[in-house]
Design a binder for this molecule. Structure first.
Ligand SMILES: C=CC1=C(C)c2cc3[nH]c(cc4nc(cc5[nH]c(cc1n2)c(C)c5CCC(=O)O)C(CCC(=O)O)=C4C)c(C)c3C=C
Ligand SMILES: [Fe+2]
Length: 435
């Protein structure tokens, strides 16, 4: 058995290594927004991208995103990052206005976390009480707020639980690195005993929840067209150079799709497509192009299935429901629908609880994949775990200060990336190829 999946401790040992402390009541908005008890034996950090909750937070959200060279490496990042963020702000604000004035990611993550913790407290009292902490990468609450609150709550055993089902260095990888940096910044490296749930693309509960949402979506299509509906599994695209580095996101998305179709007994024709590309050299085919082509071929009903994100966000509510729906209509598709996002799906919140419970019972530090850095990786910090629950793991690089500087993190930047991020600028400033 792979070292990483070797049992490192028995569940009993987990329990005995945990301490329970009482805490003072926090008055932070985050503490108020969920109904969890303040005592926590096991802290579960829900890591996700986050989104601006109101339009006045769009600029700070974009500034954080374009400052992050683990997702968008830019030359002169300290200068170009804010410049691009500021140029994009007005365009992106309008998008958020069109979906009700802000991103619902925090609302859904809070609901999912509440339901998960309730389930865990019932099913796994020996590791409870459980408490979740949201750690968004580009919106509040950030990792710093999460780890400080965990310290306040007396958490000792901590599980970093990615909310991206499929692993990518630009999403889960970056979030984990940021979590470790937050611990360092707040001098909490030795405070918690960590393990990570870094991916779950084929978890049966997740698969069942997606299949259930597909069935809900199919019900909205008139019965005479239902069987002929094509399912378009749509995942957020990635730059081809990230994939060429060895990032495993694409095969993991494919694994999810295959499992879901198996679950549905291959009831419908399906295609996997990629959306929200920000430049020309990103993974395709683009969902919108496929929609247009299917329409031209005479396809009358299409169900888009978001497959790489667990709640609604700008790209479901605006890009699919508004922009793509218009394109679909123009292309002659009469029944263009989207499977509801997982959001408050009870099957999904149970799956979240099961994922954490199975992880804790297994006694592993991470998936067996996590220790392996991409063959083309240049980021020294990747694949470390700060203060893992078992302290004698030879294959894990423990956190050290050198990593913090991300020394050696160099990528070849091509000008069309930068031009593409500046796309709100109108022609003739940007040649058509770059738009
Ligand atoms: C699996 C999900 C995601 C992957 C993979 C991903 C990669 C990725 N994204 C950008 C650039 C941007 N993403 C933006 C918004 C955004 N991205 C995701 C998810 C993934 N991104 C979500 C859920 C959201 C929206 C959050 C919300 O508001 O609800 C944006 C901001 C919007 C815009 O300016 O267009 C950018 C920019 C890159 C470069 C990248 C991989 C390298
Ligand atoms: Fe994105």
């Amino acid at each position: 058995m792979n070292l990483a999946t070797r049992r490192l401790f028995s569940p009993l040992k987990v329990q005995t290594s945990l301490s329970l402390r009482t805490t003072s009541t926090s008055t932070s908005p985050f503490a108020r927004c969920n109904s969890q008890s303040t005592q926590a034996k096991t802290g579960i950090v829900l890591m996700n991208l986050g989104g601006p909750e109101t339009t006045d937070k769009v600029n700070i959200f974009l500034n954080r995103l374009f400052a992050d060279h683990e997702i968008i490496p830019l030359p002169f990042q300290k200068f170009l990052g804010p410049t691009i963020a500021n140029v994009r702000t007005e365009k992106v604000k309008k998008l958020y206005q069109s979906i009700g004035g802000g991103s619902p990611i925090r609302k859904w993550t809070t609901m999912q976390g509440d339901a998960m913790v309730k389930y865990l407290d019932e099913k796994s009292p020996e590791t409870g009480p459980h408490k979740y902490y949201i750690a968004f990468r580009y919106a509040d609450p950030l990792s710093d707020e999460a780890v400080l609150k965990m310290k306040e709550d007396g958490v000792k055993r901590a599980v970093a639980f990615t909310q991206y089902p499929q692993f990518s260095c630009s999403t889960t990888g970056g979030s984990l690195n940021e979590l470790w940096r937050a611990l360092k910044r707040n001098k909490l490296e030795k405070e918690f005993e960590w393990s990570v749930v870094d991916r779950w693309p084929e978890h049966p509960g997740f698969i069942e929840a997606v299949a259930d949402r597909i069935n809900e979506g199919l019900k909205t299509i008139p019965s005479e067209h239902r069987d002929d509906t094509i399912l378009l599994f749509s995942a957020h695209s990635l730059p081809i150079k990230v994939i060429n580095r060895g990032d495993q996101y694409v095969p993991e998305v494919a694994a999810t799709i295959q499992r879901v179709m198996n679950h549905l007994k291959f009831s419908h024709k399906y295609i996997s497509t990629w959306q929200s590309a920000v430049g020309p050299n990103w993974m395709g085919p683009q969902t919108v192009d496929v929609v247009k082509k299917l329409g031209k071929r005479g396809q009358k009903s299409v169900l888009v299935v978001p497959i790489a994100f667990t709640s609604d966000h700008i790209e479901t509510l605006s890009e699919i429901d508004i922009e793509m729906a218009e394109d679909a209509e123009k292309a002659g598709i009469e029944h263009f629908r989207r499977a509801p996002s997982l959001n408050d799906s009870p099957i999904f919140s149970k799956a979240m609880g099961d994922i954490v419970m199975e992880h804790m019972k297994s006694g592993v530090l991470s998936s067996s994949q996590y220790p392996m850095r991409c063959p083309g990786c240049t980021n020294e910090q990747c694949r470390s775990i700060v203060n893992p629950i078992h302290h004698e793991k030879p294959h894990f690089r423990f956190y050290d200060c050198d990593c913090l500087s991300l020394r050696g993190h160099r990528e070849k930047i091509v000008p069309h990336d930068i031009i593409a991020y500046l796309q709100p600028l109108e022609p003739p400033l940007i040649p058509p190829y770059f738009r």
